[in-house]
Design a protein around this ligand. Structure first.
Ligand SMILES: [Zn+2]
Ligand SMILES: [Zn+2]
Ligand SMILES: [Zn+2]
Length: 328
């Protein structure tokens, strides 16, 4: 089944790293995620590195959030890497198109309007004044006496003149010169949280914590996310597991399903059933936000999964309380 953006997001909200990252946006700690320039490594996102632990996983982490429609990105810069050693410590050289030397002098061209003489600015300069080398008149007002007619370069090595230089790259690490054609160029983005995601994300990740708190207050031991081993030997992840009693421990598992449409479909019920079939907990709860579809409810009853519905975090916690106290 092709995962929709909404399903992808619901899964992402359960991820601890995503939660940590989103909390920074939702609390206002980050307004926009901008890359930080490092002369050797290129651009980095230290905030994300701190969350995901390994700088190598940063790009993947951000890409997933973009694909799921949580973040939007904007082109911020382009970074050039040395094709030989991979360093981002690159300088751009403007070179002579004839001999490829980067020892070129860039000047601006000036035209004396009255006599039509055109030359580079340096040849007009006499002290602080601009004097026409041809008719020896002083040029006073730009766009009246004279105009700027573009750029002109002179190669200090081969003495040829040209208006557009060619670009080359010099690696400050390995000292290799490379042409534009060989350059490894990568897009660098800044990221922001999509406005329409703000509320959805807040419900998604804020919900798990208060439920855990409530269960702890009631003397249960809580793990979130929890990995439980099944009869098959496989490990299954639940959004939360709670344990009660010391001698014979009772195990309760909880999954959270969020729908941004009207109701949670039956898929999360099936997924939870597959896990509890292997793990055999004492009880299984599925928290559905804002509510569970009719099909999902029927299926949950059949599978002995208790469905707890709530329009938001507060309602869901209250509904779970009611469900638990009803039982005891
Ligand atoms: Zn290099
Ligand atoms: Zn030259
Ligand atoms: Zn002149």
């Amino acid at each position: 089944m092709q995962k929709t953006g909404k399903t992808k997001r619901a899964e992402l909200y359960k991820d601890r790293n995503t939660q940590a990252f989103l909390s920074k946006f939702l609390s206002g700690e980050i307004g926009e995620l901008k890359p930080v320039y490092d002369p050797k490594l290129g651009y980095r996102y230290p905030v994300i590195e701190a969350i995901v632990g390994d700088a190598a996983n940063v790009e993947d982490f951000l890409n997933r959030l973009c694909e799921a429609g949580v973040l939007e990105r904007r082109l911020y810069d382009k970074i050039i890497y040395c094709p030989k050693c991979g360093s981002a410590n690159i300088s751009v050289h403007y070179c002579c198109p004839y001999c490829k030397s980067f020892s070129i002098q860039k000047s601006s061209l000036i035209e004396h309007v009255k006599c039509g003489y055109m030359d580079i600015e340096e040849n007009f300069l006499k002290g602080n004044k601009l004097i026409c080398p041809k008719c020896h008149e002083e040029l006073k007002k730009l766009d009246v006496d004279y105009r700027r007619a573009g750029t002109w370069c002179v190669c200090k090595d081969c003495s040829k003149s040209f208006d557009i230089p060619v670009t080359a790259h010099f690696c400050r690490e390995c000292h290799a010169n490379s042409a534009f054609e060989d350059a490894v160029i990568k897009d660098v983005y800044d990221y922001s949280l999509k406005e329409e995601i703000r509320e959805e994300a807040a419900v998604g990740w804020v919900i798990i914590e208060p439920i855990g708190e409530f269960l702890r207050e009631n003397g249960l031991e809580v793990e979130s996310p929890a990995f439980l081993k099944g009869k098959s030997g496989a490990n299954h992840m639940f959004d939360m597991a709670a344990y009660k009693g010391d001698v014979k421990r009772k195990v309760m598992v909880i999954d959270l399903a969020i729908s941004t449409e009207d109701a949670v479909p039956e898929q999360p019920v099936i997924a939870l059933f597959a896990k509890i079939f292997d793990v055999s907990p004492d009880s299984a709860y599925l928290i559905a936000i804002p509510k569970m579809s009719e099909n999902g409810k029927k299926m949950a009853e059949l599978y002995n999964i208790k469905v707890v519905e709530g329009k938001n975090q507060k309602e869901a916690v209250k509904a779970l309380k009611d469900e638990l106290f009803k039982k005891e």
